[in-house]
Design a protein around this ligand. Structure first.
Ligand SMILES: [Fe+2]
Length: 344
């Protein structure tokens, strides 16, 4: 499918009278169909017999700062992502925010084309650096969303023209939903960089609609900012991996975790934001999992990489591990983070 054909599909998907619409099909995911059924929902229809759905989580690439030094770093980030993409053949690339430094003056947004052209569907939840702050050359979130051409990302209406960038992707096989990915924009400095009240209401509506439909399959949450429980689980020595900085949970006070827990369905929360934290913990039955910083233009000296998330299509159980590019030299201290953790 060409980019133009894809865009046509997205435009059709935006018109309520034409839903559902097939929006995406690329050779990297043979047989998988992606159907947008609403602006805040897509179905990933997996071929019968596919045993594993593989996500490569990327995070905090901080692409697009307009300087020679950053252009060189961005090229290294692109090379790393290409290497990991080639080596691990994911069904979906999921970026958990701070994709582009859209809060700097005159940022470059070419990284959108890079992701669109990788040949595999991708998704993005915005981080704080994706949010514009009034400097020249920045794009609004709505403009950024238009750049995400081969992306499954979506949005929920907040009434009028207001959008919340939260959405869900359903993993469907043989007509049955096996698991859902729930994505939340936690990057907005105006709302304390947390899941805001209208996104919380959206989540509760989803749970109620699912309950009425008799759906109770597992949920994997994707967001940029860690919740406060990421701090607690490490402080209580219930995490494996490294903490190289304080947990920046911003204004989160534990409310959304309570809702996730009450749903009885959230198995894991995957985040970014803290570039030199990469641990995994189990807090009251929900796995709390840092991604691995994937780009060189942000702070932090640790080796860059990604996180594989393998979801078993039969049981919906997940497994996850950190990966590096195949040409990366492993530092001795790295080995403690190569754990494989049960994610659900
Ligand atoms: Fe970041």
């Amino acid at each position: 499918m060409t980019r133009r054909q894809f865009l046509h599909g997205v435009a059709a998907a935006g018109a309520a009278t034409m839903l559902p619409a097939r929006i995406f099909s690329l050779p990297a995911a043979p047989g998988m169909e992606i159907i947008r059924t609403a602006t805040d929902r897509v179905e990933l229809r997996l071929p019968s017999g596919q045993r594993r759905f593989r996500i490569l989580q990327l995070t905090d690439t901080h692409f697009g700062t307009n300087s020679d030094a950053n252009r060189a770093k961005d090229a290294a980030s692109r090379a790393l992502i290409r290497q990991m993409h080639h080596a691990h053949q994911p069904d979906l690339l999921f970026h958990t925010g701070d994709f582009v430094n859209n809060d700097k003056e005159n940022p470059v947004h070419a990284a959108y084309d890079f992701m669109n052209d990788l040949g595999t569907p991708w998704a993005l939840v915005y981080g704080n650096h994706d949010h514009p702050n009034g400097k020249p050359g920045q794009l609004s979130l709505d403009e950024l969303a238009k750049r995400q051409e081969n992306s499954i990302s979506g949005w929920a209406s907040r009434g009028g023209n207001e959008r919340d960038y939260c959405w869900r992707a359903e993993l469907v096989q043989d007509g049955e939903t096996r698991a859902s990915l729930f994505a939340f924009n936690t990057g907005d400095p105006q709302t304390g960089m947390i899941i805001n009240p209208s996104q919380t209401a959206w989540f509760l509506r989803q749970m109620e609609e699912d309950r009425r439909a008799g759906l109770d399959h597992p949920i994997f949450v994707m967001q940029h900012i860690p919740t406060v429980e990421f701090k607690t689980v490490y402080d209580q020595n219930r995490a494996v991996g490294r903490r190289g900085e304080d947990v920046c949970y911003e204004l989160d006070k534990g409310e959304i975790f309570g809702h996730f827990q009450a749903s009885g369905r959230v198995r894991a929360i995957f985040v970014g934001h803290d570039h030199v934290n990469d641990y995994v913990g189990d807090y009251e039955g929900i796995k709390l999992i840092y991604g691995k910083c994937s780009g060189y233009s942000g702070y932090g000296y640790w080796q860059r990489g990604g996180r594989l998330i393998d979801i078993d299509c039969g049981t919906a159980r997940g497994r996850t591990r950190v990966v590096l590019g195949p040409n990366m030299q492993e530092a001795p201290e790295w080995r403690v983070t190569m754990q494989e953790a049960d994610a659900g």
